[in-house]
Design a protein around this ligand. Structure first.
Ligand code: NAD
Ligand code: UDP
Length: 323
């Protein structure tokens, strides 16, 4: 293996910290860049003694000048409450941030990987979603800062590829969960697990008939690394996610069963533009990358529950309410 210098933006976040760890394990030098808006330095605590890891506080909206061989752009808040907290900054992060990183990739002759999302399919009319589906996205709603920002980033990736020959890798990530999610990030898996462990009410938004497909983080990172190592002719977009599809009510019931919790299920209003169904068609990833998720929801939930259980035991006095 050739040691490479790899920039990971959003490296202190949930997915970014797992990616940094895997890249260090492979022997690379990792430059982890983050503004810590939703990421935490503690996600990298166990790696900080590694001399091949450098951590820099930086906002990707500001151009940067570093020399790297590869760029993974993961910088962007990902949970709906997080990205809606400052929608203008979310849009700037996807648009200006990705533009700055594409300019950097061009200047360094580096390969660039962009973390896009199943949200670019919006509330889909095609099910499951293949990469060829163009989506059904509201351009002016509360989710638009994220969905349209990510769509714009996809466009810029392909324009830099066609206009300047930049080598691109575009992944559309479907709901991913696992250790190092923030307990208060507002996403459904972290909310339900923390609520169940604390004995709080489990908050289902709407009737809970909406569906999602949940991928365990280790499977996703394996897909990231396979995509980055694929031949230059394979640009994506490629879906990565677990095609097992569950209603939100089924998820709540599984979490209650696995934690043995006495929490009650309560209903809260469904957020505006909440997609009714979501499941990836992963035939392209399977064919081009030889990738299939291996960890079923029940197994991934057990690992996630164990993580939050440990976290609550050490931090219980500091945790905010989730309901
Ligand atoms: P996260 O919020 O844990 O991580 C995002 C990281 O980006 C954080 O560390 C945050 O501090 C950093 N960041 C945000 N804005 C920044 C900026 N302007 N400059 C520098 N750093 C910035 O979320 P995550 O789940 O780890 O998501 C990582 C990426 O994957 C995001 O781009 C997200 O859109 C994408 N994604 C994630 C999922 C998922 O299910 N986890 C699904 C689809 C797409
Ligand atoms: N959700 C829920 N209760 C919660 C948090 C989320 O019922 O406490 C629902 C949410 O309305 C959505 C699904 O769970 O239908 C997934 O939400 P999440 O925010 O994790 O991700 P999304 O896929 O919507 O971006």
């Amino acid at each position: 293996m050739t040691r490479r210098r790899v920039l990971v933006t959003g490296g202190a976040g949930f997915l970014g910290s797992h990616l940094c760890e895997n890249l260090l394990d492979q022997g690379h030098e990792v430059l982890c860049l983050d503004n810590f808006v939703t990421g935490r330095l503690s996600n990298l605590d166990h790696l900080r003694g590694n001399p091949r890891l450098e951590i820099v506080r930086h906002d990707v909206c500001v151009p940067l000048d570093v020399q790297v061989d590869e760029i993974f752009n993961l910088a962007c808040p990902a949970s709906p409450p997080d990205y809606q907290a400052d929608p203008i900054q979310t849009m700037k992060t996807s648009v200006l941030g990705t533009l700055n990183l594409l300019e950097l990739a061009r200047a360094c002759n580096a390969k660039i990987f962009q973390a896009s999302t199943s949200e670019i399919y919006g509330d889909p009319h095609v099910h499951p979603q293949p990469e060829s589906y163009w989506g059904n996205v509201n351009p002016i709603g509360p989710r638009s800062c994220y969905d349209e920002g990510k769509r714009c980033a996809e466009t810029m990736l392909f324009d830099f590829h066609r206009q300047h020959n930049v080598e691109i890798k575009l992944v559309r990530i479907f709901n991913t969960y696992g250790p190092r999610m923030r307990p208060d990030d507002g996403r459904v898996v972290s909310n339900f697990v923390v609520q169940a462990l604390k004995g709080d009410d489990i908050t289902i938004y709407g009737q809970g008939s909406q569906t999602r497909s949940f991928c365990f983080v280790d499977d996703l990172i394996d897909g990231f690394l396979r995509l980055m190592a694929s031949p230059p002719s394979f640009t994506g977009p490629v879906n990565l996610g677990n095609p097992g599809e569950f209603t939100i009510r089924e998820l709540a019931e599984q979490v209650i069963a696995l934690t043995g919790s006495r929490s009650r299920i309560v209903h809260r209003p469904l957020p505006v533009d909440d997609p009714r169904q979501r499941r990836p068609d992963i035939s392209l990833a399977s064919r081009e990358l030889g990738w299939q998720p291996k960890i079923p929801l029940s197994e991934g939930l057990k690992q996630t529950i164990a993580y939050f259980d440990r976290l609550l035991a050490t931090e219980s006095h500091e945790l905010p309410e989730t309901a």
